[in-house]
Design a protein around this ligand. Structure first.
Ligand code: HEC
Length: 469
């Protein structure tokens, strides 16, 4: 049995089974979130007799009702999205997404998502996501919003979905009216205008976070990238729908990055053909009158909580063993105000167009984003983060263990000791660079491009932080 395991393996198993490294609020006695990580066995096996079957072999096609729907038509897209959502809600919605209680089919959480500063909070297993800067989503949105999320995986024929919850109020974001709330232990936020860059310091109380966005991704071999991504936004105008968890409007679907859609093409009036945006969602976005110019980059798909300079398939295409920057480098520049318009406008300008377009290639499922010996994480960024957290842990586990013991002893003596950085270290990002097409022909130009990249240009996990004031 485990007697042959060394200390490190034992410590790793303990981490693997850790749900959250943050404490519930003082005096809290309600339920705590628990990770479900009893994943199915390897391809085609049964772990022990009576157990769930292992994963089907990769060449065994898995039929889902939506695999027969043409997602490239408007009716098809809406139908596809609704079918996926029903599938994700089935057996989960009624148990408040405590997947252990789902009697319809098994769902799992991603491992190692607890082990960083932004890692899982204790009540709902939520991780800290990109914040929405003031004014970005709605003109009435004065505060910087914290967003918290949890993802769920199933197998076979993989379907993934992710619930995103926000601190937005109805007053600031009118579409949030009636949105369902969860209690979660979120990050300490000292000013309403600025969210902390990491969630290292948590409150000692639970706050309401409310549903803003539901992301999903399905394996679909009709897609050039092997996946179809889609997203819903919570839509308070659908108040005639009784269950608030069903008040969801499809923002759109995407099955590729539109690699040909350069800035020059956009300037000539070309539109993405591998993203479909629902006109109803477009209308909601415009009614809110926020500063975001589109859902995703140059009209590609992205959701309300996501960075408009990126897109679902672009950011997820970076999922691999080397930490790749999730979004292309660039910055916001102020535009001269239009005559008679007092409002200062800003435009996001990429550092380099060719470099940018490497983020919008159609990376095939299973292929890495950068070709420097990286292993693909097949569009799963939760897995990428968990993997990265594991690597950080693996290098620092001894010190971490020692710090944990010290913290435990201090707690027993009612002393407060400062949080240690090694325990909660965010994985560092390295520059990975995939040479653009034709780079071999022009080594000097390529070198100049490489030289022009500064470490400061490498965006943080969720991209540069914007100031809309
Ligand atoms: C700028 C980067 C970025 C963009 C854009 C983005 N995501 Fe993600 N997404 C992430 C990260 C990082 C995670 C993992 C961390 C987490 O869930 O807390 C994630 C997690 C997910 C998950 C859970 C499974 C997984 O792959 O890790 C799904 C499903 C998902 N996103 C769908 C979408 C959809 C749909 C869109 C577009 C509407 C989108 N994402 C846009 C960064 C991004």
């Amino acid at each position: 049995m485990t007697s042959t395991l060394d200390d490190k393996a034992e410590a790793a198993i303990e981490q693997f089974n850790t749900s959250s490294q943050y404490h519930p609020p003082t005096g809290y006695s309600g339920p705590l979130w628990q990770i479900k990580n009893d994943y199915p066995g390897p391809f085609g096996t049964y772990a022990t007799p009576g157990d769930a079957p292992g994963l089907p072999l990769p060449d065994v096609p898995v039929e889902h009702p939506w695999t027969k729907i043409d997602f490239k038509t408007k009716e098809g897209a809406l139908q596809y999205a609704d079918m996926v959502k029903d599938y994700c809600w089935e057996g989960n919605r009624s148990v408040d997404f405590v997947v252990q209680k789902n009697t319809v089919r098994p769902w799992f959480h991603a491992p190692w998502m607890h082990a960083s500063a932004n890692g899982r909070e204790p009540l709902k297993g939520l991780t800290y996501e990109r914040s929405i800067p003031p004014g970005e989503f709605a003109s009435t949105q004065r505060s910087a919003l914290q967003n918290w999320a949890i993802g769920f995986y199933n197998a076979p024929g993989t379907v993934v979905f992710k619930l995103l919850l926000t601190t937005a109020t109805d007053e600031e974001v009118p579409t949030m009216k009636g949105s369902p709330a969860w209690k979660a232990v979120i990050a300490q936020q000292l000013s309403p205008l600025v969210t902390p860059s990491t969630a290292l310091i948590r409150n000692d109380y639970a706050s309401d976070v409310r549903l803003i966005q539901v992301d999903w991704a399905t394996v679909d071999n009709r897609s050039p990238i092997g996946w179809v991504f889609g997203t819903f936004m919570y839509d308070g105008t659908l108040e005639n729908i009784d269950d608030p968890w069903d008040r969801l409007t499809t923002v759109g679907l995407t099955w590729g990055n539109d690699p040909q859609l350069t800035q020059a093409a956009v300037d000539k009036g070309q539109k993405p053909v591998q993203s479909w945006i629902n006109p109803a969602a477009e209308k909601l976005r415009k009614t809110l009158d926020g500063a975001r110019p589109s859902w995703g980059y140059n009209g590609r798909l992205n959701g309300p909580a996501d960075n408009f300079i990126s897109a679902c398939a672009s950011c997820h295409g970076t999922a691999q063993s080397f930490d790749a920057p999730l979004v292309q480098p660039g910055k916001l520049v102020e535009l001269p105000p239009a005559p008679g318009d007092e409002k200062k406008k800003k435009k996001w300008v990429p550092l380099n167009e060719r470099l940018t377009m490497t983020w919008f290639e159609n990376v095939k499922a299973g292929e890495p984003f950068s070709h420097r010996g990286a292993l693909s994480a097949d569009y799963s960024l939760q897995f990428t983060i968990g993997w990265s957290n594991y690597n950080t842990w693996s290098k620092t586990w001894k010190i971490q263990l020692q710090e944990k013991q010290e913290a435990q002893e201090a707690r027993e003596k009612n002393q407060i000791i400062p949080l240690k950085t090694t325990l909660l270290a965010l994985p560092t990002r390295r520059i990975v660079f995939r040479p653009p097409k034709g780079a071999e022909e022009d080594p000097e130009k390529l070198q100049a491009l490489l030289d022009s990249i500064q470490i400061e240009d490498v965006p943080k996990r969720a991209g540069p932080e914007f100031d809309w004031s």
